[in-house]
Design a protein around this ligand. Structure first.
Ligand code: NAP
Length: 270
């Protein structure tokens, strides 16, 4: 049996354990995945504990995706570019950091037929998820990405083609995809939305990274405007599949990802 885990500050609503259990079960991998809440003042010991206890793989979530980096021996290029690690592989005592969120988001947009190709796009929020969204959109062919923030980051650089603006810039903005990478609209505050209908109407499609509730107010508003839209469940499943592939060094077929997604969708649909 190999030990796998998720660390974060608060993990009460996490869906990761059943998703990882299903991946291991479908693939016949002997992995036991557990959740471990870590208080901020104990994070410094996590890397050494992983080596000492021979834990094969770790996922990292809010608020430790950046803070974990100094404890790692190496960080792969994609994670370095995004500046965040959500997956750690323990290769015989050497800890290597990866980011599978960009892969997960790209897979989700493709799965739902949402393409940013050739059109400027916008991302709401400026946290770790927004960084992933900006990277994914650029990789998928968006010529430019505007990061919409309550406090636009003057002087900061997220790479070529990424600019910052306030919410007022959305009025009259036209583009490909609008992605919600803020926690606004997440359960139990499901009746909130970070933008108005008017601020959404210039975009061709929308994606919300939130997966609880399954249909956020942001997505309901997109549908009211007759725009294609999705919430973040497929991303959650796809980034977990990618993490397992890194830990076990083997590919998982797209059918397994789809099957687990459908299973979770059924579980979460009221
Ligand atoms: P975060 O760091 O807590 O917040 C992201 C940004 O949202 C903040 O930097 C802030 O940007 C904005 N924001 C926060 N509270 C706000 C408020 N009350 N009103 C307006 N804007 C607000 O979170 P994160 O880690 O980036 O994650 C963002 C969302 O993505 C979460 O809902 C998370 O669950 C989801 N997510 C989903 C997946 C998935 O697999 N589906 C993966 C990762 C994250 P400004 O201060 O610049 O406005």
């Amino acid at each position: 049996m190999e030990f796998l885990m998720l660390i974060g500050e608060k993990l009460g609503h996490s869906l990761s354990a059943p998703i990882h259990a299903m991946i291991c079960e479908r693939m016949g991998w002997p992995g036991a995945y557990r959740l471990q809440e870590i208080p901020k003042d104990r994070l410094a010991g996590v890397g050494e504990a992983m080596r000492l206890m021979g834990i094969k793989g770790m996922n990292v979530t809010i608020p430790y995706k950046l803070e974990i980096i100094p404890q790692l021996d190496d960080v792969d290029e994609a994670a370095r570019q995004v500046g965040a690690v959500n997956t750690v592989l323990n290769r015989e005592g050497t800890l290597i950091g990866y980011n599978t969120d960009v892969y997960g988001l790209t897979a989700m947009l493709e799965r739902h037929g949402l393409s940013p190709m050739g059109k400027p796009c916008a991302v709401l929020g400026s946290g770790g998820a927004a960084r992933c969204a900006a990277a994914a959109l650029r990789q998928m062919g968006a010529p430019g990405v505007t990061v919409i923030s309550r406090r636009p980051h003057a002087g900061e650089s997220w790479g070529a083609g990424v600019a910052f603006a306030g919410y007022e810039a959305l009025e009259g903005m036209a583009g490909g995809l609008l992605i919600n990478a803020t926690p606004v609209g997440m359960y139990p505050h499901s009746d909130t939305c970070p933008v108005t209908l008017r601020q959404m109407e210039g975009f061709d499609g929308m994606a919300d990274l939130i997966y609880n509730p399954m249909e956020t107010l942001f997505v309901k508003q997109a549908k009211a405007l007759q725009k294609p839209a999705c919430t973040g469940l497929y991303m959650l499943v796809a980034q977990a599949v990618k993490a397992e592939e890194i830990w076990w060094g083997q590919a998982v077929s797209a059918c397994v990802t789809e099957e687990i997604y459908q299973h979770m969708l059924k579980e979460m649909t009221p």
